[in-house]
Design a binder for this molecule. Structure first.
Ligand code: AP5
Length: 218
C-alpha cells in the first residue's frame, strides 16, 4: 500500500509516469484533470461548471474538485495504493488532503521551464484509451493515430498557447508553494524529469522505494 502525490508544472510528465507506474505497481492512477475532463465530456452539471475554468487554464474551484476526488478515492482499486496526479494544487487542497488520508511520498518533477511549452503544445492523446503522445518526442507509429486503439488523436483544449501561459502562472503562484510545505514535512522526493520517459520512470520508482520494473517483451 502506497499513497503518493505527483507534483510539478504542467507538461512535466506526471500523467505519463503515473499511468506507467500505477499499471506496473498495481496502484490506482487518480488524475483530477482526467476526472474533470470525463465530467466535461459527460456533460454533468459539475463538468459544465468546470469546463470554463479549464479552457482558460485556471484552477477549478476547490469544492468541485474535492467532490470528484472523494468519489474516486472511495473506489475499490484505490485501497491497494494510489498515485494522486494533479491534487493538491494549492495550500487549501493540501490541508483538505491531509484530513482525508495520510501520504507517504510527494514526488516533485523538477524540469527546466523552457521545455514545458513545447511539450504541451506538441501533446496529443487518444480519446479512447487515454494514452499520451508527443509529436516531437513520443510520436505515434502512424501520424495522428493511436498505436493501441487506432483512434484519431486529439489535442486538449487547454494546450493552446494562451491557456498554457495561464496554467504555468497558476502553477507558479498557487501550486509551487506546496514544495516548501512537503519539504518541511520530510515527504518531498525530487526527481529530475528531463531525459527519456524510461529514465524518468527509473528515477521515480527509486524515489518511492519500488524495485526496477521487469522489462516487457517488445
Ligand atoms: P491536469 O490534467 O492535471 O494538467 P496539468 O497539471 O496541467 O498537467 P498536464 O497533464 O498538462 O502535464 P503532465 O505533467 O501530466 O504531463 P504529460 O505526462 O501529459 O489539469 C488540467 C486542468 O484541470 C487544470 O488546468 C485545472 O483547470 C483542472 N484541475 C485539475 N486538477 C485540479 C485541482 N486539483 N484543482 C483545481 N483545478 C484542477 O506530458 C506532457 C507532454 O510531454 C506529453 O506530450 C508527453 O508525451 C510528453 N512527455 C512526457 N514525458 C516526457 C519525457 N520524459 N520526454 C519527452 N517528452 C515527454
Amino acid at each position: 500500500m502506497a499513497r503518493i502525490v505527483f507534483l510539478g508544472p504542467p507538461g512535466a510528465g506526471k500523467g505519463t509516469q503515473a499511468a506507467e507506474i500505477a499499471r506496473t505497481a498495481g496502484w490506482a492512477h487518480l488524475s483530477t484533470g482526467d476526472l474533470l475532463r470525463a465530467a466535461v465530456r459527460a456533460g454533468t452539471p459539475l463538468g459544465r461548471e468546470a469546463d470554463g475554468y479549464m479552457r482558460q487554464g485556471l484552477l477549478v474551484p476547490d469544492d468541485l474538485v474535492l467532490r470528484i476526488l472523494k468519489e474516486r478515492l472511495a473506489e475499490a482499486d484505490a485501497r491497494s495504493g494510489f498515485i494522486l496526479d494533479g491534487y493538491p494544487r494549492n495550500p487549501a487542497q493540501a490541508r483538505t488532503l491531509e484530513a482525508i488520508t495520510p501520504i507517504d511520498h510527494v514526488v516533485y518533477f523538477e524540469i527546466p521551464p523552457g521545455v514545458l511549452v513545447e511539450r504541451l503544445t506538441q501533446r496529443r492523446h487518444c480519446p479512447s484509451c487515454g494514452r499520451i503522445y508527443n509529436l516531437a518526442t513520443l510520436p505515434p507509429k502512424r501520424p495522428g493515430v493511436c498505436d493501441v486503439e487506432g483512434a484519431t488523436l486529439l489535442q486538449r483544449t487547454d494546450d493552446r498557447p494562451e491557456a498554457v501561459t495561464t496554467r504555468l502562472a497558476a502553477y507558479r503562484d498557487q501550486t509551487a508553494p506546496l514544495l516548501d510545505h512537503y519539504r518541511a514535512l520530510g515527504l518531498l522526493r525530487t526527481v529530475d524529469a528531463a531525459g527519456t520517459p524510461e529514465e524518468v520512470t527509473r528515477r521515480v520508482r527509486a524515489a518511492v522505494g519500488l524495485a526496477a520494473a521487469p522489462r516487457e517483451p517488445l
